[in-house]
Each structure stands twice: as structure tokens, then as C-alpha cells.
Design a protein around this ligand. Structure first.
Ligand code: HEC
Length: 126
């Protein structure tokens, strides 16, 4: 029983890894920008520099999503996990909330495509 479950989870993780790059490529950065401004900019700032109005009062500062040297090393799978499930899912602060109830998976990929479009130097898909 146990090993069947383990295998099941392994297959799910495998599928998620396979699906991730393709899905990110399908994200629409324009739709993502609207979602980002609505849901994310209070902390991350319009333009993603981590300077939103709420950021000053946070004990952990939100990252600068336009800093390509920091963001480009993060995989799509990682970004998807932290946006959908929140900071603790990737051993980061719970000050980064989970968005899985507000945003559909496709909308999360749209937001990721938008964040990728902010990066300087530019993000190149692997
Ligand atoms: C309540 C404030 C808040 C909101 C709203 C918020 N975040 Fe965050 N986010 C944070 C904080 C704080 C961190 C840094 C966590 C850490 O370093 O431990 C973070 C980290 C991240 C990271 C990890 C990359 C990095 O900077 O290291 C991503 C990606 C991210 N947020 C995306 C989003 C997206 C997309 C939204 C909107 C759907 C969003 N966040 C909304 C506070 C917020």
C-alpha cells in the first residue's frame, strides 16, 4: 500500500516536472500583468521591485522580481509552487501567501510569464 502511494506521488511529481516548462511557455504576460497588479503589487510593487506599500511593514522583504540575476536561476516549477502554495511550500516565509484558491493554474502561469518578462538581464527559457 505504502509503496504504491509512494510510486503514485513519484509519478505525479514526474508529470508536474514534465508539464512545467510547456505550461510556462503558454503563460500570457499581458493577462499576468493585470493579475500581478491586482494581487501581488501591494507587497511586490507595480513593476515587481519589492517596494509595494505593504512591504515596509513586513518582517521579511518581498523579492525584487525584476532582478534577473536573482530570478533567472529559479525554475518555473519553483515559482509555480511558491505562488500556488505560498512561501512555506519552498521553505520560505509565510509572509508570502498561497494563491491557489484565488488563481487558477493557468492564471499562475500567466503571472509567471509576466514576472519572467520583468527580468533584467532577460530570462532565457532553458
Ligand atoms: C502580503 C505580501 C505579499 C503578497 C500580496 C505577495 N507576496 Fe510574494 N512574497 C512576499 C514575501 C515577503 C516574499 C519573500 C519570502 C522569503 O524570502 O522568505 C515573497 C516571495 C515571492 C516569490 C519568491 C521569489 C523571490 O522573490 O525570492 C515569488 C515568485 C512571489 N513572491 C510571487 C508573488 C506573486 C505572483 C504574488 C501575487 C499572486 C505575490 N507574490 C503576492 C510577500 C507577498
Amino acid at each position: 500500500m505504502r509503496s504504491m502511494m509512494d510510486r503514485g506521488i513519484g509519478i505525479l511529481v514526474g508529470l508536474a516536472l514534465l508539464a512545467a516548462p510547456a505550461a510556462a511557455a503558454q503563460g500570457d504576460p499581458k493577462a499576468g500583468r493585470e493579475l500581478y497588479n491586482k494581487w501581488c503589487s501591494s507587497c511586490h510593487g507595480v513593476g515587481g521591485r519589492g517596494d509595494g506599500p505593504v512591504s515596509a511593514s513586513l518582517p521579511v522583504k518581498p523579492g525584487n522580481h525584476s532582478d534577473g540575476t536573482r530570478m533567472n536561476v529559479l525554475t518555473d516549477t519553483y515559482l509555480f509552487a511558491i505562488v500556488k502554495q505560498g512561501g512555506p511550500a519552498v521553505q520560505k516565509s509565510q509572509m508570502m501567501p498561497p494563491w491557489g484558491t484565488q488563481l487558477k493554474d493557468q492564471q499562475i502561469w500567466d503571472v509567471i510569464a509576466y514576472m519572467r518578462s520583468l527580468a533584467v538581464p532577460r530570462y532565457k527559457a532553458p
